[in-house]
Design a binder for this molecule. Structure first.
Ligand code: GLN
Length: 483
């Protein structure tokens, strides 16, 4: 049963080949047996899952239908989950049980999904390797000596290892698309404002967006359908109707104009990845797409701009973790200042502390104009580049990452080397655009992803292109050895 996709599970539950309770029991057993190898779960919510599964079976017996009714899910451990530890991968929140459900969690539960647990992640979603978690590194099922990508590394590794068919993730600078690429999954970062951020613990609020990770575009469509929509509780949520994403999957690609940014294929890109990207373009051409070269001239400024804006917002968002109201508190503080200093010093890991310091510096008097305002100006230029490009093309295509998954520890003492891995993904967050990564081949036995970017609210177009591609290729069906 663990090999079924979400769409196959929906059919199996509908035709009563199995019940949600049977499926849930089988997957929980598999998580227990397999997860110690990859460490993709922080918490397994067995009792919650079995209760939800029985309730879903009862709803179905009473005549209810729905693709997600009784299907399994696990949430990245920054989606608040009522009564369940929501740690954000941090010692700071190790003892935090959320007093409410995030909107995404609530919506998927209402649709009948069964929560198997909470997945491992880089601490406070800061990272690209899932090595900064308080709960230990996650391992890539494709090669246990390699990282799975981050920060939604647990969400990605769990699906890649066939523990369950789909998970939620969040993407501030690539954290859905990059781990999807590194573990042979399809991952979608929606348009900023498409999916509610309410109850999603904030990293950088103007960039954060939740979305689905699964093996296929078809499954991402099902999951996005359940996650998307206006939420009055999130002031940046956008009141746009949610289209039928599954209905969009089979659209023709005849005449679809695909832009290849020349800046994406320069120095720094592994030439073997460049070849696989070109091969994916050939497949799409066979399906009727027309390809042209475009330019995104400000792309080279994206990493420096992002690594000012994201830490600046993080330094503000993370000020709430002060040892007073919730989360970790140091032992026997001498006075209030000592309480703040030691609670934060002991509760936050190195990368989080680094970002808080960078962000606080960038926002401080005298430096605000030089760093933060400048970075925001670059952000606008990057958005303008995309707007100009989308006058000429319907879709932008390129690599998701410059390299395949690296070895555990290989970049942990060199944060800038890790930041450079985000070069292709962060621009979509700076501009607020939707992006998708899909499996496109292997290099040294490690998966490679192709990234598609579309104009605002064109998630349906991304899923359509990925689905058509997945009908003529089989990269996405390959499973890692031993899983
Ligand atoms: N790797 C990027 C960072 O560390 C992106 C992380 C994310 O998208 N949450 O900030």
């Amino acid at each position: 049963m663990h090999e079924l996709t979400l769409a196959e599970i929906a059919r199996g539950l509908a035709d009563k080949s199995f019940s949600s309770e049977e499926l849930t029991g089988a997957l929980l057993a598999r998580v227990k047996q397999i997860d110690p190898q990859i460490n993709s779960f922080i918490s397994v919510t067995e009792a919650l899952a079995l209760g939800q599964a029985r309730a879903a079976d009862a709803r179905r017996a009473a005549g209810e239908t729905g693709a997600l009714l009784g299907a399994p899910i696990a949430h990245k451990d920054l989606f608040c989950t009522l009564g369940v530890r929501t740690s954000c991968g941090s010692k700071m929140l190790d003892n935090f049980k959320a007093p409410y459900d995030a909107t995404v969690v609530a919506k998927l539960a209402e649709a009948g999904m069964v929560t198997l647990g909470k997945t491992n992640m880089d601490e406070f979603a800061m990272g690209s390797a899932n090595e900064s978690s308080h709960y230990g590194a996650v391992k890539n099922p494709w090669n246990l000596e390699h990282v799975p990508g981050g920060s939604s590394g647990g969400s990605a590794a769990a699906v890649a290892a066939r523990l369950l068919p789909a998970t939620t993730g969040t993407d501030t600078g690539g954290s859905i698309r990059q781990p999807a690429a590194l573990t042979n999954l399809t991952g979608l970062k929606p348009t900023y404002g498409r999916v509610s951020r309410w109850g999603m613990i904030a990293y950088a609020s103007s960039l954060d967006q939740g979305g689905p990770l699964a093996r296929t575009a078809e499954d991402c469509a099902l999951l996005l359908q359940g996650m998307a929509g206006f939420d009055a509780k999130d002031s940046t949520s956008i009141d746009e109707p949610v289209p039928d994403y599954s209905a969009a999957l089979n659209g023709s690609l005849q005449g679809l104009r695909i832009g290849l940014p020349k800046e994406y294929f320069g120095a720094g890109l592994d030439p073997r990845i460049a070849e696989l990207v070109q091969a994916s373009v050939k497949e799409l051409e066979k399906l009727g797409a027309v390809v042209k070269e475009i330019s995104l001239p400000n792309m080279q400024h994206a990493i420096p701009a992002y690594y000012v804006i994201a830490p600046a917002e993080a330094s503000s968002n993370l000020s709430r973790f002060d040892g007073v109201r919730f989360g970790y508190r140091c032992e026997a503080p001498k006075d209030l200042t000592d309480l703040y200093k030691r609670s934060r010093g002991e509760g936050f890991g190195t990368e989080v502390q680094r970002r808080i310091m960078v962000g606080t510096y960038a926002l401080s008097a005298g430096y605000y104009d030089a760093y933060y305002v400048k970075a925001q100006q670059i952000r606008r230029l990057i958005k303008n580049d995309f707007m100009a490009a989308f006058n000429d093309v319907d879709l932008i295509l390129g690599p998701t990452t410059p390299n395949p998954a690296w070895k555990l520890g290989a970049k942990s003492s060199d944060p800038v080397a890790a930041y450079l891995e985000d070069v292709y993904t962060i621009t979509a967050n700076l501009a607020g655009l939707p992006g998708l990564s899909m499996p496109a081949g292997f290099v040294d036995g490690l998966p490679v992803g192709v990234q598609l970017l579309a104009p605002y609210f064109q998630e349906g177009r991304l899923l359509n292109v990925a689905h058509r591609y997945q009908q003529v290729t089989d990269w996405h069906t390959r499973a890692p050895n031993g899983f």
